[in-house]
Design a protein around this ligand. Structure first.
Ligand code: AP5
Length: 221
């Protein structure tokens, strides 16, 4: 993809591969809106609407939220003005049904996906990362007890709240998320490979090096 072309990007990869971490860097560097379905669901949960309560039950067990709920949410978000010049989708699509729906949504406005970044990492590393991840339940900031510690132990740098283990990071839920990724989301790599937009990224490297590889992928054909 050339440097000045529209950037309609998907970042995918197994849970804890670093999608959220890299998304923060990508949206800052390329001035794109960050559309994370996981973040959208977590923020909706705070409102405790009947729909968000239903989604929260799936999430706590590590299961995917039903396609119809997720697709509607993303369609609404992609229609907003800030997505006209490009966007970064993080955690969507996760099923072939979602990918087909996304294609139709974008076609309505003459758009298409220009790049799919696939973060690759082994299960052993993912399990290690998830065990040391902590999040702020108030502002959503993410930390890692090994690689991204808060300034004061156990306390969020941004808002002073006590940081916690995400509910779906418990080993039993994490196992379901990993299995679901392999079964339902990984087939999307082939789906997008046919469209010639897949860039595989080694996610086992340092955060800075992974980002460097992503930039190279986004700025070269
Ligand atoms: P979502 O929030 O999307 O979770 P996920 O895909 O499981 O991904 P994570 O947030 O766990 O990990 P990440 O890859 O962002 O890694 P991170 O950067 O934090 O979805 C949650 C749930 O919502 C789903 O299970 C489902 O229920 C529902 N949902 C969402 N989208 C849906 C959809 N489309 N359809 C249906 N349901 C949906 O990094 C992890 C840790 O590693 C951090 O501590 C970080 O600091 C550290 N780290 C990152 N990179 C590195 C590195 N290079 N070296 C060392 N440490 C690193």
């Amino acid at each position: 993809m050339a440097q000045n072309e529209e950037k309609n990007i998907i970042i995918m990869g197994p849970p804890a591969a670093g999608k959220g971490t890299q998304s923060e860097l990508i949206v800052k560097a390329y001035d794109l809106p960050h559309i994370s379905t996981g973040d959208m669901f977590r923020s909706a949960l705070k409102e405790q609407t009947p729909l968000s309560i239903q989604a929260g039950k799936f999430m706590a067990e590590g299961k995917l939220v039903p396609d119809e709920v997720t697709i509607g949410l993303v369609e609404e978000r992609l229609a907003k003005d800030d997505c006209r010049k490009g966007f970064l989708l993080d955690g969507f699509p996760r099923t072939v049904v979602q990918a087909e729906a996304l294609k139709k949504i974008l076609e309505k406005t003459g758009r298409k996906i220009t790049c799919v970044l696939v973060l690759e990492a082994e299960d052993e590393e993912l399990i290690d990362r998830i065990a040391s991840r902590r999040v702020c339940p108030k502002c959503g900031a993410s930390y890692n007890l090994k690689t991204k510690k808060p300034k004061v132990e156990g306390i969020c740098d941004n808002c002073g709240e006590k940081i916690i283990l995400r509910q779906d990071d418990r080993p039993e839920s994490f196992k379901v998320r990993l299995e679901d990724y392999r079964k339902k989301t990984l087939p999307l790599v082939d789906y997008y490979r046919k469209e010639g937009v897949v860039k595989e990224i080694d996610a086992l490297d340092s955060i800075d090096n992974v980002f460097h590889h992503i930039q190279e992928s986004l700025e070269t054909e």
